[in-house]
Design a protein around this ligand. Sequence first.
Ligand code: ADE
Length: 243
Amino acid sequence: MKITVLTLFKEMYDGFLNSSIIKRIIDKQLVEINIVDIRDYSNDKHRHVDDTPYGGGAGMLMKVDVVHRALLDNKSDSSHILLTSPKAKPLVQKDLERLSKLDDIVIVCGHYEGIDYRIEKYCDEKVSIGDYVLTGGELASMVLIDGILRLLDEGISSASLLEESYNNGLLEYAQYTRPYEYEGDIVPEVLANGNHKEIKRFNLKSSLKETLTYRPDLLENRELSEIEKELLLELQKEKENGN
Ligand code: ADE
């Protein structure tokens, strides 16, 4: 896979691309990442990339001609072009799964108060990383790259990908490691007893409990299996009894 990022702030990627897990994936040649400075495509001597908006209003907008030149010089016919923007449906795990199957992604990072609207027609998809506004798209592009790369990484076992939060529409269950007892808090006994059927049931119940507590909306749109219904009833009874 090849990922090209068009940005005004190349230096923001130094730490990110050299961090241990991301660097390992790049070193394994599972992905080639190119960071391109949009400013290199400005054609005035002061290297301007932004201008005031028509019709007035606060702030500056990135210029469509500069960004489009950067895009044309760095995309291929098969590139899937993403534009980071808070004006889009927020990213979910399914989007990362879909994007991780592509061969060539170009990410255009928006900045300042935005980009000239006309750039949108040269992009395939707008991506927001959540319903809040950042100063620019660089962090959003890193979120995208991080989420995609970990799906490419053979280092993450398919078992852990299968079990993780969001994969089956539920949040991940509570997990524990040594020590068995910490400040009086002990690991649930069932996890130490080696009975896989009981452990599976216990973990599903824990997943449901986490989801019910932190993301009850995920349960509303879900078709519940018999065992899930049974476990949710158990959780409800436990709550009524104050457990
Ligand atoms: N640029 C500014 N805010 C953003 C957001 N929430 N997602 C993606 N790009 C952005």
